[in-house]
Design a protein around this ligand. Structure first.
Ligand SMILES: [Mg+2]
Length: 167
């Protein structure tokens, strides 16, 4: 029997919340990724208070053939490497987007924000590590309406990236 512990989670959108494109466009290569100044310190502040840190990123560009799942994995690896110390406990990506042209990603998925599927993936993965997510104390941070709506759908607190990171 696992000794379960309860932890709040900090759910972070990635693009234009934690990282951005040097070129000022959608991120399309690892070399194009920059972390926002100060993001590392703020995230580690929460982690040190006991928060589970989870990345939650819609990557519909995969359904539209702008990038592949492998490209996304390389971009995530680079993102984590840009931190002096990687704060992420887990990162979930959603490749699905209706209207895209790449099967099997061109259909609706409940993983895609504003639906809560990626939060559920985090809940299950945390559970397997003996961690119960405390939804009442969890926070979602993002820069888009879909992030806010995702938090509303999950019934958790939402903070705009600009406020959360004091930008
Ligand atoms: Mg974003």
């Amino acid at each position: 029997m696992i000794d379960y512990v309860t932890k709040p989670a900090l759910f972070l959108d990635l693009d234009d919340t934690v990282r951005y494109s040097k070129k000022g466009d959608y991120i399309n290569s690892p070399a194009d990724i920059v972390l926002f100044e100060g993001a590392e310190e703020t995230i580690w502040g929460y982690k040190n208070e006991g928060f589970l840190v989870c990345g939650i990123t819609n990557q519909g560009g995969i359904a539209y053939a702008h990038k592949t799942p492998e490209d996304n994995e390389a971009e995530l690896a680079q993102t984590r490497m840009l931190f002096k110390k990687d704060p992420f406990d887990m990162i979930m990506s959603c490749y699905f987007m209706p209207g895209g042209k790449v099967f099997p990603y061109n259909h609706r998925s409940l993983l895609r924000k504003p639906d809560v599927g990626m939060l559920v993936q985090c809940e299950l993965q945390a559970w397997q590590q003996g961690i119960i997510i405390d939804w009442a104390k969890s926070i979602m941070v993002g820069d888009r309406d879909t992030d806010e709506q995702c938090a509303l759908n999950a019934g958790i607190q939402f903070s705009w990236a600009a406020d959360f990171f004091f930008r």
